[in-house]
Design a protein around this ligand. Structure first.
Ligand code: URA
Length: 216
C-alpha cells in the first residue's frame, strides 16, 4: 500500500481539522459537516495529482491552449453514514464521477467493547477498469475499510484504488497495510496517537457520524 500523508504544516487544512476536533464546536452539526466537506475538497486536490490525465486542446476566445484533463473514470464510494459529508466534498471536485454508497457498522453482539463489522446496504456503479475512490473520515481499527474493500472486490476489478481518510490511528494503518494490496493508495489528512479501549481514535474527535448528523 502506498501511503500519502497530507502536510501538517500551517494551512487551511489544519485550521479545518482544528475546528472538527474542537468539543466546544460540536453542537454545530452543520458546521461540522461543512468542514468535513471542505477537507474532502482539499484532499481531492491533493489526490488529483496522482490521477491519469490526457492531453486536450482548448479553444479560448484568443487562441489555442494545449492542456490536460482527467482521464480516469472515477467511481466515488463512501462508507455510510460518516462518509457522506466527505463524499460531497470529493464530488464538488470530481463532479464527473459515478457514485457508490455502502454501509458498514460496528455490531456489538455481547454489549461489550468487542465488535464485528457488518456490511449491508450497497448501491454502487460498475467499478471494472475504473479508478475507485473510497472515502471514510476516520481510520480507527481499519476493519470497516477492509470489510468494504473485500465486498467491493466481489463486484469487479478497478484499475486503481484510492482510500481517503481524514484522521487515522497507527493501528488502522498497520491493519490496512496487512490486508490491502500493494497497489492501493491511502490518503491521510492527520495521523493521531492511538486507539482507546473502545477503539476510538485518541485524540481524534469523537464519533464522526453522530457529530455530522446531530446524534447526542
Ligand atoms: N469512528 C469514529 O467516528 N470515530 C473514531 O474515533 C473511530 C471510529
Amino acid at each position: 500500500m502506498q501511503i500519502h500523508y497530507l502536510s501538517e504544516k500551517n494551512s487551511v487544512l489544519n485550521h479545518f481539522l482544528a475546528e472538527i476536533r474542537d468539543v466546544n464546536r460540536h453542537k454545530d452539526a452543520m458546521r461540522f459537516r461543512r468542514n468535513i466537506e471542505r477537507i474532502g475538497e482539499i484532499m481531492s486536490y491533493e489526490l488529483s495529482q496522482e490521477l491519469k490525465y490526457e492531453s486536450i486542446e482548448i479553444q479560448t476566445p484568443l487562441g489555442i491552449k494545449n492542456t490536460t484533463k482527467i482521464a480516469d473514470k472515477i467511481v466515488l464510494c463512501s462508507i455510510l453514514r460518516a462518509g457522506l459529508a466527505m463524499h460531497l466534498g470529493f464530488l464538488n471536485y470530481f463532479d464527473q464521477a459515478e457514485n457508490g454508497f455502502i454501509s458498514a457498522y460496528r455490531h456489538h453482539p455481547d454489549n461489550d467493547d468487542n465488535f464485528e463489522i457488518r456490511v449491508e446496504y450497497q448501491a454502487i456503479a460498475d467499478i471494472n477498469d475504473k479508478c475507485l475512490l473510497v472515502v471514510d473520515p476516520m481510520l480507527a481499527t481499519g476493519q470497516s475499510i477492509v470489510a468494504v474493500y473485500n465486498r467491493l472486490m466481489e463486484r469487479g476489478h478497478p484499475e486503481t484504488i484510492h482510500i481517503a481518510v481524514i484522521i487515522a490511528a497507527p493501528e488502522g494503518i498497520a491493519y490496512l497495510e496487512k490486508h490491502l494490496p500493494e497497489n492501493c493508495h491511502l490518503w491521510i489528512g492527520a495521523l493521531d496517537k492511538k486507539l482507546n479501549e473502545q477503539s476510538y481514535i485518541v485524540p481524534g474527535l469523537g464519533d464522526a457520524g453522530d457529530l455530522a448528523y446531530g446524534i447526542k
